[in-house]
Design a protein around this ligand. Structure first.
Ligand code: G1P
Length: 175
């Protein structure tokens, strides 16, 4: 069954997620941003396995070109868990090149605790005047919630630029 919620104003990802508050019953939930396509390997499935093992939040991660950091949420690493996974120390939404703590970017697959709704309720607008899920995640990290960054194996198709969107459409047409 699919249920839809609507944002009357495009106030940001945090606001969109907050609209689902009464529909989420479990302690943790999976959130996917539809303009981040990952093909060839099921990233959500891998993240669910990591969640089951470590019983904490998981977010997808990918290295991006340093000059593009201001397009993404950017991680600061705490410590590596293994080759593909690391504990997240902090995450900053769309930093400048100078202030970016790394070039490890947030990709739109998140396993989040229901607790995030308590934070989103009071979340103020951030970068670009939007209510960002990243800012609420940051607060959870400060409250000692554990977050793992997962360097996924599939192929990422970027639909966030016109060039990327057209390239992705061509790639998908071959699948
Ligand atoms: C959103 C997130 C950002 C993330 C990106 C991935 O940004 O806020 O942290 O890196 O998706 O695509 P948006 O694409 O809404 O600007």
């Amino acid at each position: 069954m699919i249920k839809f919620v609507y944002q009357n104003k495009p106030l940001g990802t945090g606001d969109a997620v907050y609209k689902t508050k009464n529909l989420i019953k479990d302690k943790y939930f999976l959130m996917l941003l539809p303009d981040d396509l990952i093909i060839r390997k099921n990233c959500s499935k891998s993240m669910i396995s990591i969640f089951k093992k470590h019983k904490c939040s998981v977010m997808a991660s990918m290295k991006v070109e340093k000059k593009t950091v201001k397009r993404w949420g950017i991680y600061s690493k705490e410590v590596n868990l293994d080759k593909k996974n690391f504990y997240i120390k902090d995450v900053i939404e769309k930093p400048s090149i100078e202030s970016a703590p790394s070039n490890n970017a947030v990709i739109g697959r998140y396993i989040l605790p229901r607790k995030i709704f308590d934070i989103l309720k009071y979340q103020k607008k951030g970068k670009g005047g939007e209510i960002h899920i990243t800012d609420a995640i940051r607060k959870l990290i400060n409250l000692n919630y554990k977050f793992i960054g997962h360097n996924f194996e599939g192929k990422y198709l970027d639909c966030g630029t016109m060039h990327g969107y057209i390239k992705s459409s061509l790639e998908i047409s071959k699948v």
